[in-house]
Design a protein around this ligand. Sequence first.
Ligand SMILES: O=C(O)c1ccccc1NCC(=O)[C@H](O)[C@H](O)COP(=O)(O)O
Length: 203
Amino acid sequence: MVRIKICGITNAADARAAAVVGADAIGLVFYRKSPRALDAARTQEVLTALPPFITRVGLFVNADATEVAATLQQYPLDVLQFHGDESPSFCRSFDRPYIKVVRVTAAQDLRPAVDAYHDAQGLLLDCAVPGVWGGSGQSFDWWRLSDLGKPWILAGGLNAGNVAEAIAIARPYAVDVSSGVEMSPGRKDHDKMAQFVARVRGA
Ligand SMILES: O=C(O)c1ccccc1NCC(=O)[C@H](O)[C@H](O)COP(=O)(O)O
């Protein structure tokens, strides 16, 4: 079964809806320049709205260590997701499962990233868009990539219309979606989320 993460959840209604439609994980963006960035009140709102057994993933882009540590002290995050130029030693320094994002455009050798981030819980492949760290809504050219020796997550420009094809081609462990299930940046469309999950489950 392909797991599903819905990223960029910013409010209680969207958090509840993500759980109802069957998301396995949600992403909380702690990157201040994002339109999906959370302040303390919103973070609390989202976390409080979630039922048990939904993985809570915190996203960072080149944050400093004190900021990541302070966020971890404040909120019960299950997994960290690093979207920037964070080194392996930085990623592993928080003693928390982490996912490292690798930005790609087309088929490339991912072995160096797998080796460097060998203790990552997984790698997330997202589309490399100049000047954008994530949530771009852009896809890369998928290729067959089932065996990386560790779980990997397909992201970038996915939506209900293309996710089944993406899974058939790339064979990921999980898929990650944000803008493809939104009505506007930071506001999820609950019907689009339900359609997305249905297409993944049917793939
Ligand atoms: O959502 C953002 O604005 C964002 C900003 C900076 C780093 C990451 C960000 N989001 C990450 C994601 O939403 C997903 O992990 C991934 O990039 C897929 O996004 P999309 O192409 O919109 O489905």
